[in-house]
Design a protein around this ligand. Structure first.
Ligand code: ADP
Ligand code: MG
Length: 249
């Protein structure tokens, strides 16, 4: 935890792409155990901020402390070891593999034991994958190639894969994009339950304000690379400035 008791604490985070400043002096504090939504119009810098936390961008200025250690300049593998997890983009090569194979791969990769693969490592990964697929409700799709999954099931699998390393902080960038309303609520209720049960902390980007109100305990609104407002979902929904720039009210 940082000195002030936050799991994650960012100060003065700045990221430019060439001459374009995508993030400008962002301060952000995340208490342990919180479910926190990041919202704002397209291009606000939400994905860039998530990528900064996940150590995926070069040239990030400012400070991002996770458990009192600087994360902005770490490699992704180090982040997983430190306890930060984010959704896997299932790569093209893996789309022809089955749900079970993908989930087991996530366990092998996050275990850090892929350099010394053995039959017992694979067996353990498969056992853990079967358990996780049960938890996220994909037990009836074990042998389905990922390419043949419905969008909702694929998003659930990606969420399960993000959990494989048992991260303390879970970063989800638009986990419900493209889903039906029913699927969104279903997935995010699963996410919230899982986060609470296992004492994780969640930072997620979401466009659907109903999902935000339902899932987040606190909300940060970003506009043009800066934080406009932070508050409870109710405070944010009632904030006139937010309504003007974001909700179009
Ligand atoms: P959001 O997720 O809030 O929609 P992004 O963080 O993806 O916004 O993008 C913020 C701004 O930074 C956008 O104007 C986008 O075009 C720009 N941007 C993002 N990534 C890059 C990149 N790799 N190169 C150049 N510009 C980028
Ligand atoms: Mg984005």
């Amino acid at each position: 935890m940082t000195a002030a008791g936050f799991l994650l604490s960012a100060r003065g985070v700045r990221k430019a792409f060439g001459s374009f400043v995508a993030l400008n002096s962002v301060d952000f504090d995340l208490p342990r155990g919180e479910r926190h939504a990041l919202i704002g119009p397209n291009g606000a810098g939400k994905s860039t901020f998530i990528a900064c936390i996940a150590g995926q961008l070069p040239g990030v200025e400012g400070s991002i402390l996770f458990k009192d250690r600087e994360v902005a300049r770490l490699m992704p593998a180090d982040l997983a070891r430190r306890g930060i997890g984010r959704t896997f983009q299932i790569s093209r090569a893996f789309l022809h593999m089955t749900v079970l194979e993908n989930m087991a791969s996530a366990f092998v990769i996050t275990s850090g034991r892929w350099a010394s693969l053995s039959r017992s490592v694979l067996k353990e990964a498969e056992d853990r994958a079967l358990a996780m697929l049960g938890t996220i409700g994909l037990s009836d799709r074990l042998e389905t190639p990922v390419a043949d999954l419905s969008l909702g099931d694929r998003k659930r699998l990606e969420f399960g894969m993000a959990l494989a390393g048992d991260p303390e902080l879970l970063l989800l960038d638009e986990p419900t994009a493209g889903m039906s309303i029913k699927e969104r609520h279903h997935l995010m209720d699963l996410v919230a339950a899982r986060v609470d049960e296992t004492g994780k902390t969640l930072l997620f980007v979401e466009h659907d304000i109903d999902v935000v109100l339902r899932t987040a305990q606190r909300v940060t609104v970003m506009v043009r690379g800066a934080v406009l407002a932070v508050g409870s979902p109710q405070e944010i929904a009632a904030n006139e400035e937010v309504q003007t720039v974001y909700l179009g009210g």
